[in-house]
Design a protein around this ligand. Structure first.
Ligand SMILES: Nc1ncnc2c1ncn2[C@@H]1O[C@H](COP(=O)(O)OP(=O)(O)O)[C@@H](O)[C@H]1O
Ligand SMILES: [Mg+2]
Length: 419
């Protein structure tokens, strides 16, 4: 494997700051059979009294040279800042090369990426672009996203211009078509519906975020905007805070990084709420509260059959130097299924593996710092609420009768209560 760029500088926007500074250097060494990634914090960065760690798991604030052979030499927190399926698809179209390497994805993705990191070839970071798509652009963005999903884009100069707009949002992860847009005070993640969807995904996800909040979960704020006859889900970015000078950027890393694993099929056995809560208890500043929230999130996911609850759909955020906390919940989607006895979450949730079942989830409740009675009570209350209330919440936010019918088998399925 050969790559043009195998060294880049890693920039960070410190808590309370707007401008990025240089934190360290990343080298991807592909000279041997096994690709090795090396990261080192810069000496002058380490000398700063306000220097902060990139993450508290893999890249703690020390002067050692960190090495990894995982994920083609990409450290977890850096991978979290990179585009995923959707963004990669756009970048590949844009640079029209077949030999795109990991470093290309890192350097091509813009600065609205999650968290506080940035990447570049110069030792000094460039001034932040501060160029965001506006709510007003949503219609254009939605139509080009549609055409890309359907592989129908004809390369006219005008189309290419609009596609450039969409590139501004590529660094957000996930597979669904999306863009980042700003309004007066906030940045939002806009998630588009696609003609191929079986139901109105935007509305259904909005309903699930509402339902989760009603169940006591801390969730990302969301709203629906109707654009060109279609619904767009807008999820407020919890890793940004608007100030009069620009956006503060809160550091963020995924549960995949907390678990020190990746999303290859062979790594899936490491995906576990139980291991995650053990990790979280080590670095969270509010371990009891976060562990309880994680437990509630796991139970909620089981009760709505959100089987897409993989570790990239959980994250940790820090607003100040070391206050790492579980992020609000996001990407909550029901999966209607035929099986009424056995459904699996994406992550291990008890001593009987990934089985989305109350008894299974109770089995390891002490790791979440919950006693059996308390765990039982959380499960019972939530199960009753969701069984009776999901339909009301869905209808209230505008999910159609037809879509409710399509998703109804996802909720409080029979196997959840099996002893
Ligand atoms: N409200 C938010 N604030 C900040 N980052 C977010 C927010 N919601 C999602 N993300 C980040 O964006 C990624 C993609 O969003 P997600 O809703 O999971 O999309 P998809 O449905 O395509 O998986 C997530 O993995 C997470 O890193
Ligand atoms: Mg996701």
């Amino acid at each position: 494997m050969t790559s043009k760029n195998n060294t880049c500088f890693v920039y960070i926007t410190l808590p309370g700051q707007i401008e990025p500074i240089t934190a360290g250097k990343l080298v991807i060494d592909d000279s041997a059979d096994e690709v090795i990634g090396r990261f080192v914090y810069g000496k002058s960065y380490l000398k700063r009294h306000d220097a902060v760690e990139i993450d508290p798991v893999e890249l703690k604030l020390t002067d050692k040279i960190y090495e990894t052979v995982k994920m083609s030499g990409i450290f977890g927190a850096i991978r979290d800042s990179m585009p995923d399926y959707w963004g990669r698809r756009l970048i590949e179209r844009h640079i029209a090369r077949l030999d795109v390497c990991e470093m290309d994805y890192l350097l091509y993705s813009p600065d609205d990426r999650i968290g506080a990191l940035g990447f570049g070839l110069n030792k000094e970071p460039p001034a932040p672009l501060r160029k965001f798509n506006k709510m007003l652009d949503l219609k254009k963005l939605q139509s080009i996203a549609d055409e890309i999903v359907n592989d129908e884009v004809s390369p006219t100069p005008e189309r290419e211009q609009v596609e450039e707009l969409l590139l501004l949002g590529t660094s957000m992860g996930g597979a669904r078509p999306k863009a980042v847009v700003s309004d007066k005070d906030n940045l939002w993640l806009a998630k588009f519906n696609s003609d191929k969807d079986r139901w109105n995904n935007a509305l259904v996800e909005h309903a699930m975020l509402n339902l989760a909040q009603e169940c006591g979960l801390n969730v990302a704020q969301s709203k629906i905007k109707r654009v060109g006859g279609k619904d767009v889900l807008l999820v407020k970015r919890f890793d940004r805070k608007h100030t009069k000078d620009g956006y503060l950027r809160h550091r963020m890393f995924s549960a995949l990084t907390a678990l020190q694993t990746d999303d290859s099929p062979t790594s899936r056995s490491n995906w576990s709420y139980i291991t995650l809560v053990e990790e979280l208890r080590r670095f969270s500043t509010t371990p009891c509260e976060d562990a309880r929230q994680l437990f509630m999130r796991m139970v909620f996911n089981a009760l709505i059959s959100n089987t897409d609850d993989h570790p990239r759909n959980h994250a940790f955020v820090a607003h100040t130097a070391n206050d790492w906390r579980l992020s609000p919940a996001y990407d909550l989607t029901p999966t209607p299924m035929i099986s009424i006895e056995h459904r699996d979450l994406a992550m291990v949730c008890g001593n009987r593996g990934r089985w989305a079942n109350a008894k299974n989830m109770r089995s390891e409740c002490c790791r979440f710092m919950l006693g059996p009675t308390e765990a039982e009570s959380i499960i019972k209350t939530m199960a009753e609420f969701i069984e009776k209330g999901w339909y009301k919440t869905a209808r209230r936010v505008g999910v159609s009768e037809r879509d409710c019918e399509a998703i109804k088998s996802a909720f409080a399925y029979q196997g959840f209560f099996m002893e």
